[in-house]
Ligand binder design. Structure first.
Ligand SMILES: Cc1cc2nc3c(=O)[nH]c(=O)nc-3n(C[C@H](O)[C@H](O)[C@H](O)COP(=O)(O)OP(=O)(O)OC[C@H]3O[C@@H](n4cnc5c(N)ncnc54)[C@H](O)[C@@H]3O)c2cc1C
Length: 433
């Protein structure tokens, strides 16, 4: 969707080099776009008017790993998958997990406050950070690399940088939280008659499985269907179709079968109460991976279906069924035959409410309806006290809408923060604000 034009790409190899680049750019008022893995979905990492791209991909040092203190200090250019491996190697878990994890990098994950499939149990990127090192627009280095869980010394600067999409500073390193690595997991794929059953199942699993309940993803039959049709090796978990499906995971710290027992108990109770229609618990690691692969192939499977309008939104968890019903009706009014393909990090209230073009319709005609469809979806979200950006950010895609949804006071504060951190406006201009 976004095509970049950069006057140069710089690839500093140290914090000091990032500092020198920014000091020079600031002196000469040259705009700079911080870029990490370039997997962002709202155009925030793309140079739109010949800016310099500052890639953090060479900042790859693992500075400290402290399994006793459950922290690690890594630089911004490590891919998320590499960071997970660093933790894994000392028998710890770094729980941030996204389908793009082989390519996206820690700098981008923190720049976007990424979410993903582990949020239900461990929180989003913001909740996984204890300290940051950031190079400011004028080249000064803010060393906020502490590893403290408690630190109430004035304003929390790190939380301003996280999720600021490269507009306030360039993150060069971070102290990240680690967790005990689960010794076992149990995974189930469940057939449901409707979205209200998904909500009932989610609540029941929370009540019965408690903290060992670590993932809950939901998709309708049409999404499963396109995945199975278009992704090599993807298989249907059930012979007969169900209107909706949920993917559940429980985790345990001891390899004693508790994770599977807890999951079985939850599903048995759900079956007795008529909440679920069918369920299969993975009997091997391979089958569990197959279930997860269905979820992770969502983006890949959409491409052969034609053009799609994409929405990353959130509403209070209990409002998800109502949101999807209202949004489906609104989309059908605007473009009869359009095919909603929602997939939900349900426990976080987050719905990727993407809509594929009607079969046989010209792609550009459908894409011409982008604004109307997005507007209707966002109206629905706001009517349910939700957010127009759950985890992907604002970038250029939602910039104009931000002012409408945030209100004057929040916009005024955000503009003042931007002016305080980057008075010459060289960092990622035209993004977010
Ligand atoms: C297939 C696929 C699946 C995805 N699934 C998810 C998902 O489940 N959850 C989710 O949250 N996102 C998801 N995303 C979106 C994307 O992967 C995430 O937003 C990711 O965190 C971006 O990281 P990146 O390294 O690619 O950053 P980039 O795309 O390079 O940059 C993203 C933003 O961060 C800023 N930035 C980059 N580096 C720095 C830095 N060092 N300091 C300050 N700012 C910086 C950029 O300027 C830009 O604003 C998905 C994307 C794809 C393609």
């Amino acid at each position: 969707m976004y095509r970049g034009r950069a006057s140069a790409v710089v690839r500093p190899g140290s914090t000091e080099e990032v500092s020198k680049v920014l000091a020079l750019a600031n002196e000469h008022r040259i705009p700079v776009v911080p870029q990490a893995g370039n997997t962002g979905l709202v155009g925030a990492q793309i140079p739109i008017g010949g800016e310099i791209v500052l890639s953090v991909g060479r900042l790859k040092r693992v500075r400290v790993v402290d399994p006793q203190g459950f922290t690690m200090m890594v630089e911004a250019g490590l891919t998320l998958a590499e960071a997970q491996t660093v933790a894994d190697d000392v028998n710890r878990l770094f729980p941030l997990s996204l389908p793009s994890e082989g390519t996206c990098q820690i700098g981008g994950n923190l720049g976007t406050n990424a979410g993903g499939v582990g949020v239900l149990a461990y929180g989003n990127a913001r909740q996984l950070v204890l300290g940051l090192e950031v190079v400011l627009a004028d080249g000064r280095v803010w060393n906020g690399l502490n590893a403290l869980k408690k630190d109430n010394t004035g304003y929390d600067l790190k939380d301003l940088f996280i999720g600021s999409e490269g507009t306030l500073g360039v993150i060069t390193a971070a102290v990240l939280k680690l967790f005990p690595r689960p010794a076992e997991k149990a995974t189930a794929f469940v057939g449901l008659s409707g979205l209200d059953s998904a909500l009932a199942l989610f609540n029941l699993a929370q009540e019965t499985a408690g903290p060992s309940f670590t993932a809950f993803e939901v998709m309708p039959h049409l999404v499963l269907d396109i995945i199975v049709r278009h992704v090599a090796g993807a298989r249907r978990p059930f012979a007969a179709p169900h209107p909706w499906y949920a993917l559940l995971e429980t985790s345990g710290l001891k390899a004693d079968g508790t994770a599977e027992r807890v999951l079985t108990d939850a599903l048995t109770a759900a079956s007795e109460r008529g909440i679920i229609d069918d369920a299969v618990i993975a009997s091997s690691l391979g089958q569990a991976r197959d279930f997860w692969r269905l979820r992770e192939s969502y983006s890949e499977a959409q491409k052969p279906v034609g053009a799609s309008v994409k929405n990353d939104v959130s509403v209070p968890v209990a409002a998800i069924p109502e949101f999807i019903r209202r949004a489906d009706a609104a989309v059908e009014r605007i473009c009869p035959g359009a095919r909603p393909l929602p997939i939900s990090h349900f426990g976080d209230g987050n719905v990727h409410y993407n809509i594929a073009q009607p079969e046989g319709m010209a792609s550009d005609r459908f894409m011409g309806l982008w604004d109307d469809i997005v507007h209707a979806v966002h109206e629905t979200v706001l009517g349910l006290n939700g957010s127009i950006s759950a985890e992907h950010g604002i970038g250029v895609m939602k910039r104009e809408e931000l002012a409408q949804v945030k209100g004057d006071v929040a916009m005024d504060l955000m503009r003042k923060i931007k002016a305080a951190f980057d008075p010459k406006g060289i960092l990622n201009p035209g993004k977010v604000l």
